[in-house]
Design a protein around this ligand. Sequence first.
Ligand SMILES: *Cc1c(COP(=O)(O)O)cnc(C)c1O
Length: 390
Amino acid sequence: MSANTPHLTTPPPSLEAADPTATALLTIDLDALCANYRALGGLASGAECAAVIKANAYGTGSERAAPALAQAGCKTFFVATFDEAVNVRKLAPGVTVYVLDGCFPGSAEAFAREAIRPVLNSVSEIRSWTSFCSETGKTHPAGLHVDTGMNRLGLTPGEAEDAFSPGGAAQGFKPALLISHLACADEPDHPKNRKQLTLFQKVRKHVSGCPASLANSGGIHLGPDYHFDLVRAGFSLYGGQAVEGRPPLSPVVQLHARIAQIHEAKAGESIGYGAAQTLKRQTRIATISLGYADGIFRNLSASDTQTGMTGYISGLPAPVLGRVSMDLITLDVTDIPESLARHGGWVEIIGPNVSIDKLAAQAGTIGYEVLTNLGNRAQRVYLGAKGSND
Ligand SMILES: *Cc1c(COP(=O)(O)O)cnc(C)c1O
């Protein structure tokens, strides 16, 4: 689809059902989320597909995402923090939950009490976990992270080899899952992918007899060599483009903002903070109720020398004028019929015309950052799964 072919698709039903007081609407399609889960499972060549639902399910809301994914057959979930895990445990009873950030000193008991599995990241974490297990006389399952090239979390391959050698710190400890994380999975041809794969295969020999997991969303697309026993899908589940040059799965998220005011200004007048942009013509301006406090980054602003983001009204482009402020954005609607650009009407910010990844590219960041910043203030409306929530 070329950039200037508007998608004149019908707006999501959530807009028509929106609360008249709603200023912005984040529409989350749970059926698309579940379809993406099944599609990723299909790509994983027989490996189990786990869902990564850290950061409130990448901003989509774990309250609804976790039960929907569990319903779609997901049995294993990854989160970053203990609190997130407790939440998932309540939302999807019976699933396995791993905490990627590991287990801080003194926290083992809390993990065991909640039946949450830490992913242990160091020899000292293994020590405290195994001594907790022997104190309680029970084997509490935990994962293990080996760092094959991120230099972020996990034992080095050398440490893992030593720890699992006879007399090593991990003797007698059998991880429930061995994981590592790819640094460049979004670039299929990056030589680092193969390097990490080779290292992971080597480490696996020392930690034999436990299931293994290497692939995130990007890694799933790298092919069967990378799938092992379990894949960890995050961004792709939520409709993001995980791999350069490869189309994303179904979009899950749409963001619309309400027009709070329409007014006209003359050529030569400036607009917004810093008077950063001067109008070149008599301009009709739509001020919409959304801003950087809603995750629409300030560097999506326009100025006299730079174009910024574009909103869409019934598929017609409305370019930003001047700076994005905390709660408001001004758009040029001069070329859009007055019947369409009207007070209380909706503007597409993320949707058929603007993907998460496109908006991210305009903001000089990645779709992950856009997604996880949305919805601080927008009303969330869910479509699909158990029906819409209005
Ligand atoms: C966040 C994360 C994932 C998911 O990555 P995506 O690129 O979103 O699929 C998988 N594994 C680990 C260790 C992570 O931190």
